[in-house]
Design a protein around this ligand. Structure first.
Ligand SMILES: *Cc1c(COP(=O)(O)O)cnc(C)c1O
Length: 434
């Protein structure tokens, strides 16, 4: 494919041709005009490429790549990874339902999360998933009790908190002592011994996930060293570990980051694992889908106040909350490049919050009402974190393959917004309220 963005692995299939931004061979301005905005667009070739590069980095080593559903949970996206031999990492019953609807086999599903409800545990037991990643001793007891009620044994790993600093945004660091995730590594052996004594769990794994958008390898290696020590301690007390789940967290390029490529990540990990015989499980999310998607927006108005210039788009924080929530950077590009003067602007949405922005103090060419913009690298934690705030219907999602596109989630309607609501009878007559 020509004109793909370079930087090795992080190449993607969004590029300009005659000053028009394309996804693969589809001009995005045409797509935006047909499908409307806001609209998420994913590149099939990029998704395929990223999954394959990650998965094949561990070729020859027993492993399972379990895509993290919360990064992008569209059924078509899940189905694609399933068709490539991937499994999934889920964090809720809803994600389990999605994964099953997308055809992911239960023996390729691992279930993480600090707050699994009994209903969710029962569902996962009925489906007979590969492994529960348990995050507390109370959860261990709860899963044992539910498995006893079903007369089965739940395969489990304990999610261990290795207390390493991933040097990422505090909201997305998960493997430090102060975080709510996992079981402290110092008490892990005791927790494993307790697990072994229970009749309805089968200890099969050790799990960790230290954070997201990591741009260095060393925190992964530090965590792994600690897990390796733990696995050796467990061996010494007669507990054999079959699966080593290293979670996700590999970062991508949004701006100036230089994250390691999956191959470097794999090399560092495999070096640490010499002599071990576990099957590896990975839970990558962002690195697979982040740069495979963009969010299309239409310019509604532009305005200039005494201190600032604004581009007001039809796309807002309810569509993409990462800038508001984490101060994340997303590149913004016009769908049609023109030789226009550049100026410093905030790109904002229509929502009644000052935190409603897509980009701040950005040098962008002048745009006019009706122009289209692409918010780049929006394939991960984009649509999945979107909401109906301000009663805005959620965006459409589109999958592009070569010169064709497929709407894989239709835009919500105003009717969709009120579908789950009822007015109780005492309010529904035409009587005046008492
Ligand atoms: C969010 C999450 C992931 C995926 O993280 P990325 O940074 O998107 O790779 C993997 N495992 C668990 C347990 C998670 O919570």
């Amino acid at each position: 494919m020509t004109g793909s963005a370079d930087r090795g692995f992080l190449m993607h299939h969004f590029h300009y041709h005659n000053d028009e931004l394309y996804c693969e061979r589809v001009p995005l301005r045409e797509l935006a005009a047909r499908v409307g905005t806001p609209c998420y667009v994913y590149s099939h070739a990029t998704l395929l490429h990223h999954f394959t590069v990650f998965d094949s980095a561990f070729e020859g080593v027993p492993h399972l790549t379990c895509f993290s559903v919360k990064a992008n949970s569209n059924l078509a996206v899940l189905r694609l990874f399933g068709s490539l031999g991937g499994g999934v990492d889920i964090v809720s019953g809803g994600e389990l339902y999605r994964a099953r609807q997308a055809g992911i086999a239960p023996d390729k599903i691992v279930y993480s999360g600090v707050g699994k409800t009994l209903e969710e545990i029962d569902y996962a037991l009925r489906e007979n998933i590969l492994m529960f990643n348990i995050e507390s001793t109370q959860e261990l007891e709860a899963i044992n009790a539910r498995a006893a009620a079903f007369g089965c044994r739940a395969r489990i790993a304990l999610r261990v908190n290795p207390d390493v600093d991933p040097n990422t945004h505090p909201y997305i660091s998960t493997g430090m002592k102060k975080n709510k995730f996992g079981i402290e590594i110092d008490s892990a052996v005791k927790a494993y011994e307790r697990a072994r004594s229970l009749d309805h769990v089968e200890v099969v794994g050790v799990d960790c996930h230290i954070g997201s958008q990591l741009t260095e390898i060393s925190p992964f290696v530090d965590a792994l060293k600690r897990l390796r020590l733990l696995i050796e301690k467990l061996e010494a007390v007669g507990i054999t570990i079959q699966y080593l789940d290293l979670g996700g967290g590999l970062g991508i390029v949004y701006d100036q980051e230089a994250p390691p490529e999956p191959r470097e990540y794999a090399r560092a990990i495999l070096r640490e694992l010499k002599g071990m015989h576990c099957t590896l499980i990975f839970e990558p999310g962002r690195v697979i889908v982040g740069n495979a998607g963009v969010l299309l927006a239409r310019v509604l108005y532009t305005k200039r106040t005494q201190s600032k210039s604004f581009i007001i788009t039809d796309t807002a924080m309810n569509d993409l909350i990462r800038p508001s929530l984490y101060g994340s950077y997303h590149q913004v590009q016009p769908l049609r490049r023109q030789s226009r003067e550049s100026h410093i602007v905030d790109v904002v949405g229509p929502i009644c919050e000052s935190g409603d922005f897509i980009a701040k103090d950005r040098g962008l060419p002048m745009v006019e009402s009706g122009d289209f913009l692409a918010v780049m690298s929006a394939g991960a934690y984009g649509f999945t974190m979107s909401s109906n705030y301000n009663s805005r219907p959620r965006a459409a999602e589109v999958l592009v393959k070569d010169d064709r596109y497929f709407v894989i989630r239709r835009r919500e309607t105003w009717d969709d917004l009120i579908q789950c609501e009822t007015i109780p009878a005492f309010l529904s007559s035409d009587k005046q309220p008492a």
